[in-house]
Design a protein around this ligand. Sequence first.
Ligand code: 6PG
Length: 250
Amino acid sequence: MTDPIPSREIRILPDAATLNRAAADEFIRCAREAIAARGRFAVALSGGSTPKAVYGLLAADQADSTRRLPLENIHFFFGDERAVPPSDPESNYRMAGESLLSNIPVPPENVHRVKAELDAKTAAGLYQEELRRFFHPGAGEWPRFDLIMLGMGPDGHTASLFPDSLALSERSLLVMANWVEKFNTYRITFTYPVLNAAAEVMFLVSGAGKAEMLKDVLEGPEIYPCQRVKPVNGNLLWMVDQPAGRLLTR
Ligand code: 6PG
């Protein structure tokens, strides 16, 4: 059997509002497909600021009978986390909680938080075990998320896979405590094998400030961490708004 050819799709939406709606609709589509096929939807949320508005839409969608999802069948994970307690303003868990998870009746056991208040290496090890317990990957297999949401940093990082950091070359661990020199701190992050095992990876990129980097990432040589996200047997979808995509030529 020939290897499936990884697909890459780029969707350019007119503005942030239409990007956010389109991303929320893609989340719903992925969720419905996964639940219909496998009875559950395992999604890894991204951090930072861009996804907040999408999470807010998804929370509001639960009040809309045409968009509502069966939350008991959805498991929320985090593709990366800062090495801070959940109450910290820097916490991705706090951001997702405030914009989505605290505003929907998702069963608490369906929210898989990184225990980032602990030592980063301990937190990464515990999270890796949680992935193993949930997905039960066989020998040589990787946990396969139905959807992993990602952002693109101004330096071309994604999740907490930063340029020149050790996690870029990690091929055995699922989750790693990654020292990020520029921030003088650890971050806890999925590694590329987990990202690239996903059924779908959706990047969200918004705003004119990302245009230069986005053009380099999508049209230039492979030198940035986010360019190494290539689902082996899954879809790679870049959802960008016009300001971020204004320099793209194809
Ligand atoms: C994080 C994210 C990170 C983020 C990018 C883009 O923990 O910060 O996982 O990878 O997605 O830095 O962030 P913005 O969406 O805020 O630009």
